[in-house]
Design a protein around this ligand. Structure first.
Ligand SMILES: Cc1cc2nc3c(=O)[nH]c(=O)nc-3n(C[C@H](O)[C@H](O)[C@H](O)COP(=O)(O)OP(=O)(O)OC[C@H]3O[C@@H](n4cnc5c(N)ncnc54)[C@H](O)[C@@H]3O)c2cc1C
Ligand code: SF4
Length: 458
C-alpha cells in the first residue's frame, strides 16, 4: 500500500518495549501473596460475572496452597481457552469488576493475572491435564477455528467425539491469532492453545473454506453434526468519497499486519486517523502510536460519554498520546496522485437519546475542517459473513446477518449448531468460548449423549 509519508522506524528494542505485555506475568511469590488476599466468598460474584463460570475462589485457593496444576485444571475444565482469557478478557468489567473488594474500598483481586499464572504453569511445562474421551463413533465438523469452535471442539473431543475443524485461514485460532492486539497476546500464545486442543485428538484442516472448497452436502454426509463458528467478516465501509484511495484500510487488515509481520515492516503512515470509537478503534490507535506514528487521531461522531470502548482501553490510548476528535464526522477522504493526504470532517451536534440511550449526531452546517493524514483506518464494526449459509435450508438469519439459535445453540436446521461472534454480533473471547462449550453440550444432547462419554481427564 503506497503512502504519501511513512512513520519513522524504531529500534528493535523500542518495538519490543512498546509491545511488551500490558499485564505482565506474576512470579510464584507475587501469585501467592495476591491469592492470600482473596476472601473465598461463598457466593463468589466473580464466578457469576464470568460467562464460562470459572470457579474463581476454587482456583485461587489452589494457588495459595501451592497447587498450581490443580488451579489450572479448575480453570481449563470450565474454559479451555483460559490462557487467552487470562490475557485478553476485559476483567475490569467481568470478574474483577464484580469482586467484593471494591465494596471494602480495596483493589480487586487480580483474577486475570492469577489465571494466567496458573495456566502458563501447565502450558510452559507441556503438562497435559485432559485426554480424549472414549470414542463414541460420532463425528462433528466445526467451521472456523476461532475461540468458539476451539471450545466446542475441545469439549466434544473430551466426550469421545471425532472432531475436525475447518478454517479458510492459513493459521488456526481466528481473531485470537490474527486480531487481538499484540501487547495483549502474541500469535504464539494463541497457537499453543490450539496445540492443547489438538492434543485431545481434534484435527485441523486450514486453508479450506466451507461452501467453496467443500460443499455442505459433503459435510452433511461425513458428519453427524456441524458447528458454525465463523465469526464476523470484513470491516464496514464508511460510504464517503475517496474511500478507495491508497492508504485507506479496514481495522482488521491493519491489526493483522501487526500480528503477522515484524513490527518494523508494518505499513504505517506518519499521520493516521482512525474512524470509530469501539475497542477495535482503540487497538488501532494504540498500536499505531506504539509502532511510531507521529500523530494519531481517533475520529468519532458522538461525544466521549457515548464512546463504546471500555474505559480502561480508552485510558490506554490517552496515555499513548492519541488525539481524540469528538463529535466529528468524516465526510470525504482527500487525496493526491491516488493516495490519501487528508480527511475532511464536519462537527456534529447530538440530538435527544433514542430507545438505546444513544444520541443521534447531526452535522453542523459550515463547520467543515480538514486534518492532514497519510493513512486512514476504518474501525466502524465488522459485517456479518453468513451469506454463504443461504445454501443450507432452515438456517435463520437476523436482519443484521447474525444467526438465530435455540437455547441448545441449534439453528433452524437441526444438524447445524452455532455460537460466537456470528451469533452474538461480536463480543469477547470469553463469550465465544461459553457459547462454543454450550453448543457442544447441545450437540451431545441432540445426538443422545452417546455412551462411553467419560470426560477425558489425565
Ligand atoms: C480487533 C479486535 C480486537 C479484539 N480484542 C479483544 C480483546 O482484547 N479481548 C477479547 O476478549 N475479545 C477481543 N475481540 C473479540 C474476539 O476476538 C472475538 O469475540 C472472538 O474471536 C470471536 O470468536 P469466534 O470463534 O466467534 O470468531 P473468530 O475468532 O472470528 O473466528 C472465526 C474463524 O472462522 C473462519 N471462517 C469464516 N468463514 C469460514 C468458512 N466459510 N470456512 C472456513 N472457515 C471460515 C475464519 O477464518 C476465522 O478463523 C477483539 C476483536 C477484534 C476484531
Ligand atoms: S469476589 Fe473477590 S474476594 Fe470474593 S472470591 Fe471472588 S476474587 Fe475472591
Amino acid at each position: 500500500m503506497p503512502l504519501r509519508e511513512t512513520a519513522p522506524k524504531l529500534s528493535p528494542e523500542q518495538y519490543e518495549q512498546n509491545f511488551a505485555d500490558i499485564t505482565p506475568p506474576m512470579n510464584p511469590r507475587q501469585a501467592a501473596v495476591e491469592a492470600s488476599r482473596c476472601l473465598y466468598c461463598f457466593d463468589a460474584p466473580c464466578t457469576q460475572a464470568c460467562p464460562t463460570r470459572i470457579d474463581v475462589p476454587g482456583f485461587i485457593k489452589r494457588i495459595m496452597t501451592g497447587n498450581t496444576r490443580g488451579a489450572a485444571r479448575v480453570i481449563l475444565d470450565a474454559n479451555i481457552l483460559g490462557e487467552s482469557c487470562g490475557r485478553v478478557c476485559p476483567t475490569e468489567v467481568l470478574c474483577e469488576g464484580a469482586c467484593v473488594m471494591h465494596e471494602k474500598g480495596e483493589k480487586a483481586i487480580e483474577i486475570g493475572r492469577l489465571q494466567r499464572f496458573a495456566v502458563d504453569h501447565v502450558l510452559d511445562r507441556k503438562i497435559r491435564l485432559f485426554s480424549p474421551g472414549s470414542p463414541n463413533e460420532r463425528r462433528v465438523a466445526c467451521i472456523g477455528s476461532g475461540p468458539a469452535s476451539l471450545a466446542c471442539a475441545a469439549e466434544l473431543a473430551r466426550k469421545g467425539y471425532g472432531v475436525i475443524v475447518f478454517d479458510r485461514a492459513e493459521l488456526p485460532g481466528g481473531l485470537s491469532t490474527y486480531g487481538i492486539a499484540a501487547y495483549k497476546t502474541r500469535v504464539s500464545d494463541s497457537l499453543r492453545e490450539v496445540e492443547m486442543v489438538k492434543s485431545l485428538g481434534v484435527e485441523f484442516r486450514q486453508g479450506l473454506e466451507i461452501g467453496r472448497d467443500m460443499s455442505f452436502a459433503q459435510l452433511e454426509r461425513d458428519f453427524d453434526a456441524v458447528f458454525i463458528g465463523v465469526g464476523l467478516g470484513e470491516t464496514w465501509a464508511m460510504d464517503i468519497p475517496g474511500e478507495n484511495l491508497e492508504g485507506v484500510c479496514g481495522a482488521l487488515e491493519f491489526i493483522e499486519q501487526t500480528k503477522m509481520r515484524p513490527f518494523s515492516e508494518v505499513i504505517l503512515g506518519r499521520r493516521i486517523a482512525c474512524v470509530g470509537a469501539g475497542n477495535t478503534a482503540i487497538d488501532v490507535v494504540t498500536a499505531a502510536r506504539r509502532l511510531g506514528a507521529e500523530t494519531v487521531y481517533l475520529v468519532y461522531r458522538r461525544s466521549e460519554q457515548e464512546m463504546p470502548a471500555f474505559r480502561y482501553e480508552y485510558e490506554l490510548a490517552k496515555k499513548d498520546g492519541v488525539n481524540f476528535l469528538w463529535q466529528t464526522q468524516p465526510v470525504r477522504v482527500l487525496g493526491a496522485g491516488g493516495v490519501v493526504t487528508g480527511l475532511e470532517c464536519v462537527r456534529t451536534r447530538l440530538g435527544a437519546p433514542d430507545a438505546r440511550g444513544k444520541r443521534a449526531p447531526e452535522p453542523i452546517s459550515a463547520s467543515e475542517f480538514s486534518i492532514e493524514v497519510d493513512m486512514l483506518v476504518r474501525a466502524v464494526g465488522q459485517k456479518p459473513a453468513t451469506d454463504f449459509l443461504r445454501a443450507v435450508s432452515g438456517i435463520e438469519r437476523r436482519k443484521n446477518g447474525t444467526l438465530v439459535t435455540s437455547a441448545l445453540h441449534q439453528t433452524g436446521n437441526a444438524k447445524y449448531f452455532a455460537g460466537g461472534d456470528c451469533v452474538n454480533g461480536g463480543r469477547e473471547v470469553v463469550d465465544a468460548v461459553a457459547e462454543g462449550m454450550a453448543a457442544a453440550r447441545g450437540i451431545d444432547a441432540w445426538l443422545g449423549a452417546p455412551a462411553g462419554a467419560r470426560r477425558g481427564e489425565n
